[in-house]
Design a binder for this molecule. Sequence first.
Ligand SMILES: [Zn+2]
Length: 145
Amino acid sequence: MSEQLTELPAVARNINMPCKKCGVDRYFVVVAHTTPTSAKCKCEVCGATKTFKLTKPKAEKKPGALKKSGRVSKSREPDHAAIWNDLKSQIGDDNVVAYSMKSKFQLANAIQHPKFGVGFVTNATNEKVDVAFQDGTRALVHNRP
Ligand SMILES: [Zn+2]
């Protein structure tokens, strides 16, 4: 249906952009695609985040409202399934690692969670990883000996 090609750089890729904090051009690593035309990026040097946006002449109007389904949906809810599919097509699920809080994960890892299924790491700190699952992003602990 909505087969729209995005030209956003893939998650975990680098884009060269000026960093306000550093004051010079830096490589920003793509953390996540927040919308079909914008991506959250992080300066590799200072860690400042910045949104990379595709400049499109005209956005395609959505003809209808949200698909009618049995469940209650908030109008501003991000489309988790679309984000998840996007991550899956970029990262792939060939190297899925079983989730364990003792393991250490990093950006763009594919994780198999016993309860939530396959997820993709969109952000990682020493204690926590944000993992995008089909029904939303969850913060999971990791790196716990
Ligand atoms: Zn910077």
